[in-house]
Every structure is written in structure tokens, then in C-alpha cells.
Design a binder for this molecule. Structure first.
Ligand SMILES: [Cu+2]
Length: 340
């Protein structure tokens, strides 16, 4: 598969640059139960390995860079009204052409120029206000999973050029999602109108390197089957551009399956096991596994740490999905790799 998204080596940050901004990979304690210790310890700073901030996924959507949106959480604009915290988000639906690889382009609907749309994040009990502007040609809507009145359920069409406001309380805490709910919903979702909606619990989760992975498919020939699959928008992106993570540091993945046309998908992590917080709706894990089955719109939190440096794949164990783009890898680093 041709790749337009290789990290140019000369642009990787030097150790000196890293030190300058305080991102040096300090070697924290090691040990098999380290991540358990981390989870139970006081707040420790989370370190994120450097990546090339200048890298652009120039051949895809101009604004779509899966490495950037991996750790990109939209906390909205905070306001105080009548003693309550309001989080206001702005989402604009648009049309664009995405280059899935060097040979295949596909017309999509996007939100704020992204597929998936922004990862919206609020805290349980806050008021969420979403200003939705539709500039995507057809009628669309935003339907949020959560608890809200019928008029805020986002199933009424918002026609092109019109705007609407969805407002509701952020509850219950967990990993949720939003998506267009205009028929045919399958088509509206498959063309890109979806995103993750995280409601944080009243007591924050322990510090971790947090990331979002949204699994989706592309039916480019309208035969109700996916020809391509992707984590965070672009097929094979994280396979060609491994996600760098630190050895022994707690990783928290927020994972959503929004693959239409396939009844379910699995998520498999190599050389490790992860704790599962189903729908992110508990503070203690319900199981530990290395492969989990997720139906459409299922989403969970997975936590793990890697004991050994190296590259480790993650992908659905339906290998045809992996081979057609839903494929990535972590590169576990110690922070000592780069010599000064
Ligand atoms: Cu729609």
C-alpha cells in the first residue's frame, strides 16, 4: 500500500529539542506491576513521546492528521450560567474529498474538517451545549448517546445552511458517541458524520497517556460493503506511522466501533493484555483480555502498559479488515533512544 505519511527522519525531534521543552523521556521505575502502582499512586505527570508536529497528512483531507487527532480532546468553551458550568461546542458539517490512498479518493461528509469528528469531552453534571451548523449539502443532524429530553435527541433534519442547538446534561459518565441520524443512517454515518463523546467521572481517572481510536469503514462503490477500514480516518496510517508510547507508562485507549455494514469487529492488541472498562461506565475493570468483540456503536476504555520496547500491532482479528486498513502499531520507547 503506498504511503504518503512517513515520518521524515530528519524532522524527528532531537534530544536537545526534547529536553528544551521538558519532554525528555525520564525513565520511571520499572517492574511488572508498575502500571498497577501508577494507577494507585498519587498524580504523576504523564509524558508523551515527541512526534513530528510539522507532519501533515497532506494527501488526505487538508485538516485531517490522525497523529494529531489521536490525543486531541475538545473541551469546548466553558461558561458559567446560573451557577452551572456550560460547555459549548461548535460543530460544522461540511463536504470534502478524502484520499484513502494514492489511487482512491472518496467524497465524504466531515465535521470541522475531520473524520472522525472532534472528540468532545465534558464532566458528569455539566451542561453541554452544541452549536451545529450544517454546510454539507444534504440535511443532517447530530444524535448524542446519553440521557436527554426527546427534543434534544437529534433525529430531526437540519437542512443545508441551517443551524441548531442541542443542549443537555452530561450524564452518565462514560465513553459515548454522536452521529448523524438522518435516513439512511447507515449511509450518513459511513460517509463520515460521527465522533466520540467522553463524559468524565466526578472523580478523575488516574493519570495516563490517553488516546482515541475510532474504527470506521469506507464503502467507496456503494455496494453496502466496506472496501477500506481505518483507525481515525485514514487506512493504514498508524501502521505506517507507529504511535510512540513510553515503556511502563499507563496507556488509556478510548475505542469506538462505528464500522457500518459489518455486524461486529474485534480489537486485538499484540503481546499484551488490557483491562476493559465497558462503555467507560465503571471505575474498576470488568475483564482482562487481548481481544474483545464490539458491535456497531460499542465503545470501551482499554488500559495497559508495555513491559518491553519494540513495535506491537493492534487491529481487528477479522484480518480482512486489518489488511484493508484497520491496522496500526505502537512503538514502545524508553525515552533513552536518542543520543545527544
Ligand atoms: Cu447526515
Amino acid at each position: 500500500m503506498p504511503n504518503n505519511f512517513i515520518f521524515p527522519k530528519e524532522k524527528l525531534w532531537s534530544r536537545r529539542q526534547i529536553l528544551k521543552i521538558g519532554l525528555a523521556g525520564t525513565s520511571i521505575a520499572s517492574g511488572t506491576a508498575l502500571w498497577q502502582t501508577l494507577r494507585n499512586s498519587a498524580r504523576l505527570p504523564v509524558k508523551v513521546p515527541p512526534w513530528d508536529a510539522t507532519m501533515q497528512a497532506q494527501a488526505a483531507l487538508p485538516t485531517l492528521n490522525p497523529m494529531k487527532l489521536l490525543r486531541d480532546f475538545d473541551y469546548g468553551t466553558v461558561k458559567r450560567e446560573n451557577g452551572r458550568t456550560i460547555r459549548e461546542f461548535r460543530l460544522t458539517a461540511g463536504t470534502s474529498e478524502i484520499h484513502l490512498n494514492s489511487a482512491v479518493s472518496y467524497n465524504v461528509w466531515d465535521l470541522n474538517g475531520r473524520i472522525p469528528g472532534p472528540t468532545l469531552r465534558a464532566k458528569q453534571g455539566e451542561r453541554v451545549r452544541v452549536l451545529f451548523l450544517n454546510q454539507a449539502g444534504h440535511s443532517h443532524s447530530l444524535h448524542f448517546h446519553g440521557v436527554h429530553p426527546a427534543e434534544m435527541d437529534g433525529v430531526r433534519p437540519v437542512s443545508h445552511g441551517k443551524a441548531t442547538i442541542y443542549e443537555f446534561d452530561a450524564e452518565p459518565y462514560g465513553v459515548h458517541l454522536y452521529h448523524c441520524h438522518i435516513e439512511p443512517v447507515t449511509r450518513h454515518i459511513a460517509k463520515g458524520l460521527y465522533g466520540m463523546f467522553i463524559i468524565d467521572p466526578p472523580q478523575p481517572r488516574p493519570p495516563a497517556d490517553e488516546m482515541v481510536l475510532v474504527m470506521a469503514g469506507y464503502d467507496v462503490n456503494d455496494d453496502n460493503k466496506n472496501e477500506y477500514y481505518a483507525f481515525n480516518g485514514l487506512p493504514h496510517f498508524y501502521m505506517n506511522n507507529p504511535i510512540r508510547i513510553y515503556k511502563d507508562q499507563l496507556i488509556r485507549l478510548y475505542v469506538l466501533n462505528i464500522i457500518e455494514f459489518d455486524p461486529a469487529v474485534t480489537f486485538h492488541l499484540h503481546a499484551n493484555f488490557f483491562d476493559v472498562y465497558r462503555y467507560g461506565m465503571s471505575m474498576t475493570p470488568t475483564e482482562k483480555t487481548d481481544v474483545i468483540t464490539m458491535g456497531i456503536a460499542e465503545r470501551h476504555i482499554f488500559e495497559f502498559a508495555f513491559r518491553y520496547p519494540g513495535k506491537y500491532m493492534f487491529h481487528p482479528h477479522q484480518d480482512v479488515m486489518a489488511e484493508n486498513g484497520c491496522m496500526g502499531q505502537f512503538e514502545v520507547v524508553t525515552g533513552k533512544e536518542e543520543k545527544s
